[in-house]
Design a protein around this ligand. Structure first.
Ligand code: PLP
Length: 435
């Protein structure tokens, strides 16, 4: 229970906002964690939509069980990658034919990077941002080594941008402008996984265009919660996952986006029979399928794909505009509660307030013990070393009162006794592999 005397006005305000929240009824459409747990890790794994249970049961019993191999035609398995892309289109603000649901985020980013490098042989610089997700740095390193073995020298420029409160951080602008006719391609996370910093999409894309650079955006921490509006904001190339704010389930297939004007000029470096123009002709020579379908590679994981339809539909039904408006309001509300009640206990907001996404990153020297003490108080957040915890807002199921409740339990969890107890318990227990 939230102590209403401590939280006074905020408590009443939260109750009021929940009562007026047009998205509030959607919370019941999820399987919520039992025992009153507060779930703030929807940026890692979104909760299970109830409709997904029936969709998966139907996929297993009626489609696979009932149709067996005929499912490829009778149940529409073959075209799911494109159909789901169409469902995702209004969420991302892209055209129906610009999206493909396939593979993992990492594989998709690799495919797009390889495709651009192949199509544009003078592009020799890759820009990476220091707070990027490690996969993006790894795939760039792999691509650079592969190209070097074939005699093409690429260089990587590592930049730092998070602290600058301007739409196009100066290090990024400089790197994109390049030297001596250098042409760059940047691989940037729209929302940084650790700090929650969000780039200004429109401004960066405009600057890239003017500099003759390209950007591949990783939307994993934005899609489903931030209003990306890809077409309006000039996004040409993008990738993202489906298991975070899109609630597609553990290991859900990811997606890629290519703006229409680029598609026909790009070819998929991971060629496979599913991306062939005539897959069932079984020819050894490769001819790409028309449109974005050429970025398919192998057989799609049908059962995992079946979980995406109800999940995407739920987000589309709520409307990404309404979701982002609520997320922004809740972020501001939570950060002001943190400033009032947790800052005096040594907590700092590590997300730049001028450009946030939907997760609030908090810094405390005993973050790991704090996370465990929170878990003992039925609050699920995650820890990122060395001193951060992330609190993700999912407007489809996070209530305003949950944020007051979080701060209430977070204060208790920061008491010297709670932290000491968490430390002692940690010494006795073993953590799982996934944190
Ligand atoms: C920003 C970002 N990019 C890429 C990935 C990797 O995605 P995948 O495992 O689908 O390749 C993640 C995973 O959490 C991520 O957070």
């Amino acid at each position: 229970m939230v102590d209403s005397s401590t939280f006074g006005r905020a408590h009443a305000d939260a109750i009021d906002r929940d009562a007026q929240d047009p998205l509030a009824p959607l919370r019941e459409r999820f399987v919520l964690p039992g025992d009153g747990r507060l779930y703030f890790v929807g940026n890692s794994l979104g909760l299970l939509p109830r409709a997904t249970i029936d969709a998966l049961r139907c996929a297993v019993e009626q489609e696979w069980g009932g149709h067996a191999i005929d499912g490829w035609n009778r149940s529409g398995w073959w075209d799911m990658a494109l159909r789901l892309g169409g469902l995702l289109a209004p969420i991302v603000g892209a055209g129906q034919d610009e999206l493909l649901v396939t593979d993992s985020t990492t594989l998709n980013a690799y495919k797009l990077l390889g495709a651009v490098l192949q199509a544009e042989p003078r592009r020799d610089t890759i820009i990476l941002e220091r707070s990027n997700f490690p996969s993006n740095a790894h795939l760039v390193e792999g691509m650079t080594e592969l190209m070097a073995s074939a005699g093409r020298r690429l260089r990587t420029r590592l930049i730092d941008v998070e602290q600058e409160a301007v739409p196009v951080p100066s290090q990024l602008a400089e790197a994109m402008a390049g030297e001596d006719g250098e042409r760059a391609i940047a691989l940037l996370s729209h929302v940084a996984f650790r700090s929650g910093f969000r780039f200004d999409l429109a401004a960066v894309n405009r600057a890239a265009r003017e500099a003759g650079s390209r950007v591949i955006w990783d939307f994993s921490h934005a899609v489903g919660v931030v209003e990306i509006d890809a077409r309006r904001h000039g996004v040409e190339l993008g990738v993202g996952c489906s298991y975070k704010y899109l609630n597609g389930g553990p290991g859900a297939p990811a997606w890629l986006m290519i703006a229409t004007h680029l598609i026909e000029g790009l070819s998929n470096p991971l060629r496979g029979w599913v991306g062939h123009r005539r897959p069932f002709a079984m020819e050894l020579g490769y001819e790409p399928a028309p449109g974005i379908a050429r970025f398919r590679c192998g057989t799609c994981p049908v059962l995992s794909m079946r979980a995406l339809e109800p999940a995407y539909s739920l987000t589309a039904e709520a409307g990404i505009g309404a979701i982002w408006e609520k997320a922004s309001g809740q972020w501001d509300f939570a950060s002001s509660l943190v400033a009032e009640h947790l800052a005096p206990l040594g907590v700092e907001v590590a997300t730049p307030p001028h450009r946030h996404g939907a997760h609030l990153t908090l810094r405390h020297p005993r973050a790991m013990d704090w996370k465990r003490a929170l878990a003992a108080r039925r609050v699920v957040v995650d820890f990122r070393p060395p001193d951060l915890i992330r609190v993700a807002i999912q407007p489809l199921n996070t209530r305003w009162i949950d944020l007051v409740d979080f701060v209430n339990r977070a204060m208790e969890a920061l008491s010297p006794e709670a932290l000491a107890e968490a430390k002692a318990e940690a010494a006795a227990a073993s953590e799982g592999i996934v944190t």
